[in-house]
Design a protein around this ligand. Structure first.
Ligand SMILES: [Zn+2]
Ligand SMILES: [Zn+2]
Length: 398
């Protein structure tokens, strides 16, 4: 069998698993419902938390607990989560940066430990989530409820086939294909056997390694990722867009390794950052930036500060106009910011050119002073805007 037919076989398998189901779950008979259950996924998602809750206390009762085991759990949990956020999400699903082939293979291997399906399947679902967000075609739409978005969608077979969602760039990727075809074997090895072996090497023993670094870590890590589909579409604010349910929240970002700045992410999905400001909690962004520093990641996609500011201003403008703010005043305040920004950028470009031309010093000094003045004007314009917006937003809630 040649490579192309293998790829189309695999794509076909995914497409077949998305057989058409016109009836809604509520309209089905019990027998029909049973046929709709995705048994492998459902049993795994129900049995693993139960096993962890039963086996972990038994282990602790007989063998006690140690700081070493806590560290072991936290480290594997962090690797597991980051492998999903950095590798599956920001690399394979969004292609927000480039890495060499050997790093891609490592990504596929490590991310298999999280038991969230193959990269091909994960990225297919995720790209559809972005494209069809909040509609029936969104596999984890929040509009079917918190439970559906968090976990429920994985208990049943995909009910909305869409042939175009198979990511062709990934379907033709030799290693993605291999991981997809042998996913269960790779996942069991990386998710259970490797933690067992590490447990053995660290002196905890193989089975305690499987229980803590495998089972418990998988359950915790899965639910952390699932929060992005449920809680990050429910709690928080919407600074960039209110056209979908995605929200920004520090708490969610903290619990999901940076993915909680989900409103930003849905607006600028290609950006390698989700927490776009330097102080926003986004360990996934820090990992990618660190990879870039050591030369492992290249061409990091980044939305410009101006674009981000424009999106924020547009959203704030929409909000205050809806509350009755003066349209002309809003326009003037907004244009003042944009004019200051344009001027600041123009002077910066001038300075760069003068430096290249080695112009005499007085010109540069003058330009630097102009730049500083433009910066002050930009800050003042922003303060004026923020004050006006805040006053209107407060007035509404008072
Ligand atoms: Zn989302
Ligand atoms: Zn995404």
């Amino acid at each position: 069998m040649n490579q192309n037919s293998q790829i189309s076989d695999s794509v076909q398998k995914i497409e077949n698993s998305r057989a058409s189901h016109p009836k809604s779950v509520r309209e089905m008979t019990f027998r029909e419902l049973l046929r709709e259950i995705n048994w492998v996924s459902a049993i795994f998602l129900v049995v693993t938390p139960l096993l962890a809750v039963i086996l972990l206390p038994i282990y602790m009762y007989f063998h006690g607990w140690s700081w070493g085991l806590t560290a072991f759990l936290v480290i594997l949990y962090s690797i597991s989560n980051l492998s999903i956020t950095v590798c599956y999400h920001r690399y394979f699903a969004h292609r927000s940066f480039d890495v060499p082939m050997w790093v891609q293979v490592m990504f596929l291997l490590v991310a298999s430990m999280a038991f969230q399906g193959s990269a091909l399947r994960w990225a297919a679902d995720h790209r559809r989530h972005h494209r069809e967000v909040d509609t029936d075609e969104d596999p984890y739409t929040i509009n079917k409820g918190f439970f559906h978005a968090h976990l429920g969608w994985m208990l049943f077979k995909d009910r909305h086939p869409d042939v175009d969602v198979i990511p062709r760039d990934l379907a033709t990727h030799k290693w993605v294909q291999l991981q997809h075809n042998y996913y269960i074997v790779v996942a069991i090895f990386m998710g259970f056997v490797v933690p067992g072996l590490i447990g053995m090497a660290l002196g905890f023993g193989f089975w305690p390694g499987v229980l803590v670094g495998g089972l418990t870590r998988i359950v915790l890590s899965q639910h952390s990722t699932f929060l992005i589909n449920s809680a990050a579409h429910t709690f928080g604010n919407q600074p960039y867009t209110d056209k979908n349910t995605a929200r920004d929240s520090f708490t969610m970002a903290f619990l999901t390794f940076g993915e909680g700045y989900h409103n930003y992410h849905h607006y600028f999905q290609a950006d390698y950052r989700n927490g776009v400001r330097w102080y926003q909690w986004d360990p996934s962004k820090w990992v990618i930036a660190s990879m870039a520093i050591v030369g492992l990641a290249k061409r990091l996609k980044k939305v410009s500060a101006e674009e981000i500011l424009k999106a924020r201003i547009a959203m704030e403008e929409k909000r205050i106009l809806a509350r009755g703010a003066n349209q002309e005043r809003v326009r003037l305040l907004r244009e003042r910011i944009l004019a200051a920004q344009t001027r600041w950028k123009a002077i910066q470009a001038d300075i760069k050119r003068y430096k290249e031309e080695h112009s005499w010093n007085q010109v540069l000094v003058e330009k630097r002073a102009e730049l500083e003045l433009a910066r002050i004007e930009m800050n003042n314009a922003l303060i004026a805007w923020k004050t006006y917006v805040r006053t209107w937003l407060r007035a509404q809630t008072a």
